[in-house]
Write a protein that binds this ligand. Sequence first.
Ligand SMILES: Nc1ncnc2c1ncn2[C@@H]1O[C@H](COP(=O)(O)OP(=O)(O)O)[C@@H](O)[C@H]1O
Ligand SMILES: Nc1ccn([C@H]2C[C@H](O)[C@@H](COP(=O)(O)OP(=O)(O)O)O2)c(=O)n1
Ligand SMILES: [Mg+2]
Length: 232
Amino acid sequence: MWRRVASVSHLFSHSKSTKFNQQGASTFKIWETFTSESEIPTPSKGSLFVTFVLGGPGSGKGTQCAKIVEAFGFTHVSAGDLLRREIASGSAYGSVILSTIREGKIVPSQVTVELIQKEMESSDNYKFLIDGFPRSEENRKAFEKTIGAEPDVVLFFDCPEQEMVKRVLNRNQGRVDDNIDTIKKRLEIFDELNWPVINYYSQRGKLHKINAVGTVDEIFEKVRPIFAPLSK
Ligand SMILES: Nc1ncnc2c1ncn2[C@@H]1O[C@H](COP(=O)(O)OP(=O)(O)O)[C@@H](O)[C@H]1O
Ligand SMILES: Nc1ccn([C@H]2C[C@H](O)[C@@H](COP(=O)(O)OP(=O)(O)O)O2)c(=O)n1
Ligand SMILES: [Mg+2]
């Protein structure tokens, strides 16, 4: 168990990175170099271990996070859940978050990162799955700046659009953004803003691209080896 201190940024074993790549033009070339065999860091118990979980809407992030939690003892921090909780709590940010989500857009990073930071600080765990974040370069840079750390592992659930739309429309959780109009916008925004993030982590050898088509268990069998070095 790691020691609780006032700010979560002190808990990160990594030094704060000031190097932000300005690339973007060569993203498609980078995409071709993707492998699912990025080097897996061997974590030492007690030092913070952060996994970012990326993928389009309906790609199965939340479903696979639940399985990773069960098998490997991570704490699941879902950016979307935190934002929905904020709406439900009637906070000052609530109405702007709601309209942003309804429009399929991304909530300003400052709001999301603050919620993630609070959630991490309130946990005694040292292994975190940050689900649905970062969804943009702005998100990514804000996390690095505020938390002062980079993820150890980045999962990317790669799913065809048609399958994502089908899953979201069948999700049945009463979400304001699970309708065809909002999904179309979310997919456009995903295309525009998420690829630079994916390419960034691919270049750094942290990205694990997982084909998200198949049964939940089949997909988890592709995820499991990534975390095998971690004990529960
Ligand atoms: N491998 C899968 N095959 C079919 N349906 C799935 C699969 N994984 C998840 N689902 C379902 O698809 C919907 C979206 O999954 P979810 O985990 O919420 O995705 P995300 O968090 O990426 O939006 C849910 O209703 C879930 O039960
Ligand atoms: N980093 C994030 C994550 C989610 N949001 C907003 C915008 C997203 O469409 C909604 C829902 O996110 P969530 O991760 O729950 O959605 P999916 O699980 O991918 O369907 O929340 C955000 O603005 N910034
Ligand atoms: Mg989700």
